[in-house]
Structure formats: C-alpha cells, structure tokens
Ligand binder design. Structure first.
Ligand code: WTA
Length: 656
C-alpha cells in the first residue's frame, strides 16, 4: 500500500503510559481542560511548581500593552540558579550533568557541582571585564562545555547572550554584533568537525575589520586546538587567562521574569535576520515543562539532543531544559558521519542514551548510509537503552518516521514529532509519549495550554480537513517578546493587522485531520525556506547574490529535496551576457562560494541557473510561482498571459 492511503496509528505501550508524567489521553485532556477553565491560573500553578523564584510573582499575565505581553512580571529569579544551584541543593551535586564527546571521540564528564564552579568563575570574569546586567554578549563557539558555560555565565549575571552559529560567515557575525550592540564576544581559536580543524578566530577578526563592531571591547578566546591564532592587543584575551584567580562562587543576579535571557537571530521573509528576544521566567518554565512532558524526562535518563547551541533547539534542549531538570545529557562536538555514519548509534550504545532528539535530515542521510553499508546500520548496535525518540526542525516524512521507529527505536519507542520555532521558545504541537497515539507525519496535538488553531486569511477558523494558516490564539509564557531594536517589525511579523492583531502568526500552513483533529504542518507560507531544518530567507540569499559585482538581478525559490527537505534554487541575471557551458559552471561556482562567504555555507544555492531576464508581469513583478514550477522541473501549465517575456521560461528550465 502506498504511503498516502495507509494510515497507521501507533499507541504508546502500557508501560510507558503507566510511568509517564502525563499518563494517558485522559491526563492530557485534563490539563487542556484546566487551561481552558482558568488560563492564567493554569500557567501560574505550573510556574510556581516548576520554577524556583527568588521573589514570587503575584501577577501572571499582563496584556495591557498587547502584543507586548508580560508573564510573571513582578517575580524575580535567576535561570542559572534554577539550572545549577537548586539541583545541587537537591542532592545532585555529584551527578553527571554533561557527557561531552569530542569530534575525535575523547569523552569528558562534568558534574553539577563542577559545572557550577566553571559557570561561576566565568561569570566573575565577565563581571571583572565590566559586563553588566542587560549587556549583550555574542557567543561564537563550537559545540563544547565552554559554550554552555558561557551561556549559563551570562544568565548568572543577567547579561543577554546572542549565540551565533559557528557556520555563519564574518558578514553574518558582524551584522549580529552590530545589531545587538554587543559589548563582548566569546569565541575559540578553531573548531573540530569531521576530523578537520576549522579556524574560527580569523572569521571574528574579519568581522571586526568590516567595521560596526565598535561597541564590542573584549574578545575572549577559548583555546580549543592550539592552532595559530592572532590576538589583538588590548581587545583579545585567552579564556584560561581571564579565569585565573576568579572565585569559585558567584552570587547570581536576580532578574525580573521579563528580563531578556537571550537574543537569537533568525531569518524572516524580508530583509535582514531578526533578533528574536526571549524572557527569563516564561522561557524557563516552558523549557522545563516540555522536558518533563514531551520527553518524559526522568532522573535516570540520559538525554541527547543533537542540535547545535547556535540554534534555538540547542538553547532550550541543551543549555537550559535538561540542566534545569537535573538530567544527564550528551553534548557532541562532531558530525553524524565521522568517522562513519554509525557515529550516532555508537554514541547511543556507549553512553546508554535513553531519550534521543534529532532532525529528519540527519535521519534521512543516515538511512541512505545504512542502506549502503550494514556496518553503520542501527541494527549493528545495541540501542536497547532508548525509550523515547524525538524529531524537530522540519516535517518528518512517513517513510523516514517508520525507519526511525523500527530501526532506531526497535518498534518500542514513541517518536515525538515536535513542531515549534525560534519564536516559540519550546514545543507547541507535539505528541506526549505516554499519552498521544501517533500517526507518522503528524505532529498531532497542541502542548497542554497552547491554543494552536488553523484560520483563513480573515482569521476565521477553518473546519478540520481544510488547510489554512497556523496561529496561536492566546499568548503563552515562552513566546518571543519582541524583535531586538525593532518593535514595529515584531508587531507586523507576528500580530499582523489581517487578524486585527488578535493572533500570533506562526508563518506556517497547516491542516487538521478530519477525523482525529491531528495537525500536519504543510510548510511555510512566507518566503522562508527550510533547508535541512535551517531557516533561510529567500530575500537574504537574493541580497547576497546581487551584492556580487557580476550580478544584475536574482530570484531565489525552494524546491522539494529528498534529503534536505527543501533545496535552494537561484535564478540569476548577470550584468554581462548570459554565460553557457563551462563558463556558466565556473561563474555559478563563484556565486555559490560568494553566498557562502556572505551568509554561511548553509545558504549556498544547490541549483543555480542563468537567464537573460526573469519572468515578470507587465508591471515588473517577478512571478515566483512560475520559478517554483521551473525549479521543480514541472511543465508550465499555468497561465502565462500576463508574462512580459514568455521566452525566458525555456532558458531558465535549463540546468547547468
Ligand atoms: C519548521 C526550529 C514540521 C516550521 C525549532 C517552523 C517544523 C520552522 C517542525 C521553525 C515539525 C519545525 N514539523 N515543520 N516538527 N519543527 N518546523 O525557528 O516551518 O529554526 O516554522 O525552529 O521549522 O524553524 P526554527
């Protein structure tokens, strides 16, 4: 039977249901009903039970200045205290907090007590360098214990961190330092991935050389490899030097619940990336709740989220959630295919991982590798420690879901297909492993308390079985608070006038199953692409292309890709005549590398084509729907009568 017609329902095992934090669908429904009855009371109860407050809050939700919502606003807390001190006070001081596995396989363990000392020493060092509450600190580090320590140290002193993914270019780094007005940057000499040492510090130097980073007075450099590293007198200091003589304890800065814990830049449909600003109290609450309910985290679990700390998944499910719950987690420096594509399975076996959270792209690439080589197939490893699997970042196609379920989870572990976004802070729509019957390809039902819905262009609910626009009808504690430095853009992007500012607009399309009401995400409804689970704005890539001296005009669209979900396809018009043959290939390569330098390698177009022009309407608007069809290799059956230059279509259909 084909994938489309067979709908299999996977029930959680009786044992899981019995022991789960949210045990059975009745328990799930009871939580939803509680939120329905008394929305604020529900979140207030959870915030009191799961977060440790230095000053308790008395007001739960303040909607006076909507959509700039405030949660628990008169409460005070410290996020690092919640992740470290309170676990140690509960007797977990000697428990392993982090098992770090380096690219070369070296394993380092850190206990909660040791982690607190490391965080405190760095926090003291940041204070000694003049970093104060509310200052922005950019972190440009590889996956490392130091990366987590740096984020937690910022949280400890109330500095707002902005982590920039280690794969971003000097230009992207510069833009983020400049937009945030960061006072400090923490980086490393190099990073190690796939058996190679990749310089990082030279990218920092290049970013500073571009100008615009004047606010940033100090660069702290973690010596990861000891490779050649230029240190700028008066600005750059080694991490091991600034830690010298720092005390092992550090009084946390008690901050208001709304205090910005971090900024994280993400692609939007227009212009430059936006600095999504998150709170402390509400964000932490959702990180904890989702760890407990979506991952059913237990004291004996070994948790592994394979994301990078440069993405939101790494923030919530590496740096904050697992530590706030006192769990033991794996932090992995390397890549899934080195030394071979069995790395994930070997690490699950070696460290007895019980909860494993990864992305569909990784699974799809590992399926391919396992098909080609039995030695790297999950069945060649002992994965019996696993009890729950998770997926994030993009839709997981049913075939990949089934493979993951059977071969990795041994047909015994539920898969939580978690839908959420940088802006939402944590899971929004997801199965709960001891409650929700699963249907491959569906992220199932909203997390208890999350008012997800599907509406039409005017904001009216559409019936189940009919596609529409995904919205969230009520504010929730871990939501984005604003776009740093651009509150208008925040309102326009997420609370648009289309819905009279009533609903949060996720930017995705979705449909609910006519019978079960289960949600399936149908993809972005804006000009944002999802390539291997990474968000890329088409406009950003177009701007990068037209910044090249040869390029007159460019249009970027996505097309479906078996491995990466979506692939970037760029249509380019040069200032000179349209190149052909080897010359076209050579220029295409040059442009690809250019985009890699402007944004980062993840933004390089997979498919790049040249035309004398782009398909435009008589009023000069680029017809993107035509480009999408061409990119897919479809015959053009659409109406092209409004097209100024129909002959261009044949030209653009030619791949290089
Ligand atoms: C997509 C990553 C389908 C979606 C946490 C969303 C998903 C964007 C899923 C956010 C999922 C994320 N099923 N699509 N389970 N999870 N997405 O900000 O388009 O990097 O809007 O956050 O990824 O990407 P972001």
């Amino acid at each position: 039977m084909s994938e489309a017609t067979e709908v299999r329902v996977y029930e959680p095992s009786a044992e899981l249901v019995r022991n789960a934090a949210v045990s059975g669908m009745d328990a799930y429904k009871a939580l939803c009903a509680e939120a329905e009855r008394d929305y604020e009371g529900y979140w207030a109860r959870l915030a009191r039970e799961h977060v440790t407050w230095q000053t308790p809050f008395t007001r739960t939700l303040n909607e006076d200045n909507r959509p700039f919502f405030k949660w628990f606003e008169d409460g005070k807390l410290n996020v690092s205290y919640n992740c470290l001190d309170r676990n140690i006070q509960a007797g977990l001081g000697d428990k392993t907090a982090i098992i770090f596995e380096a690219d070369d396989g070296t394993v380092t363990r850190v206990t909660y007590s040791e982690l607190l000392v490391r965080v405190s020493r760095l926090a003291n060092a940041l204070r000694a360098k003049g970093v104060k509450k509310g200052d922005r600190v950019v972190i440009y580090l590889p996956m490392s214990i130091e990366g987590i320590v740096a984020m937690q140290a910022c949280a400890r002193i109330g500095a707002t961190h902005s982590v920039v993914f280690g794969g971003f270019s000097a230009q992207s780094l510069r833009d983020r330092i400049s937009d945030a007005g960061a006072v400090m940057l923490i980086t490393s000499d190099e990073q190690c991935r796939g058996g190679k040492n990749i310089p990082l510090k030279p990218i920092v130097d290049e970013a500073f050389g571009m100008g615009g980073c004047e606010s940033c007075k100090t660069v702290i450099v973690y010596k990861r490899t000891g490779g050649a590293c230029n240190m700028v007198e008066g600005r750059d200091v080694w991490l091991h030097d600034v830690l010298q003589g720092q005390a092992d304890t550090c009084e946390p800065e008690w901050v208001e619940a709304e205090h910005p814990l971090f900024l994280l830049y993400t692609s939007g449909s227009t212009g430059k990336p936006k600095g999504v600003q998150h709170s402390s109290g509400g964000y932490l609450l959702h990180a904890i709740l989702t760890m407990k309910w979506t991952f059913d985290i237990k004291p004996t679990d070994v948790f592994w989220c394979t994301a990078d700390i440069g993405w939101v998944t790494g923030h919530t499910y590496i740096t904050y959630g697992p530590l706030a719950c006192g769990s033991t987690e794996i932090v992995f420096e390397g890549v899934p295919t080195y030394p071979d594509a069995g790395r994930f399975w070997k690490m699950i076996q070696d460290h007895k991982v019980s909860v494993f959270y990864t992305a569909p792209t990784a699974i799809r690439s590992l399926i391919k590798a396992a098909d080609a080589n039995e030695a790297v197939h999950p069945k060649s490893y002992d994965l019996s420690s696993l009890r729950i699997l998770g997926s994030v970042g993009e839709p997981i196609n049913p075939a990949a879901w089934e493979w993951y379920y059977q071969n990795v989870g041994g047909s015994r572990c539920p898969i939580v297909d978690t839908f959420w976004q940088t802006e939402t802070g944590g899971h929004m729509i997801t199965p709960l492993p001891g409650a929700t019957p699963m249907i491959p390809g569906s992220c199932t039902l909203p997390f208890p308390g999350i008012q997800a819905a599907i509406v039409d262009e005017t904001g009216n609910d559409v019936p189940w079985g009919q596609g529409g626009i995904l919205v969230v009808k009520k504010p929730w504690p871990s939501m984005i608070r604003t776009i740093y430095g651009d509150p208008d853009r925040f309102v326009k992007s997420y609370y648009p006038a289309d819905f009279q500012g009533r609903y949060y607009l996720a930017g995705d399309g979705a449909i609910r199953d006519a019978k079960t009401g289960y949600f399936t995400i149908t993809g972005r409804i804006d000009d944002v692409l999802n390539v291997s689970g990474h968000r890329m704005g088409t406009m950003e890539i177009e701007s990068a292309l037209v910044a090249h001296p040869l390029v007159a005009e460019a249009a970027v669209v996505g097309r479906p890709d078996d491995l990466t979900g979506e692939a970037i396809c760029a249509f380019v018009v040069l200032k000179r005549s349209r190149p052909t043959g080897d010359e076209a290939k050579q220029i295409a390569n040059e442009l690809r590398n250019w985009v890699g330098k402007e944004i980062g390698p993840i933004a390089k177009p997979k498919d790049l084509r040249f035309g004398d022009n782009l398909p435009k309407t008589r009023s000069g608007k680029i017809m993107r729907r035509l480009l999408r069809s061409i990119a897919k290799g479809e015959q053009i059956t659409q109406d092209t009568s409004t097209l100024e230059n129909p002959a261009i279509l044949d030209q653009l259909a030619q791949t290089l």
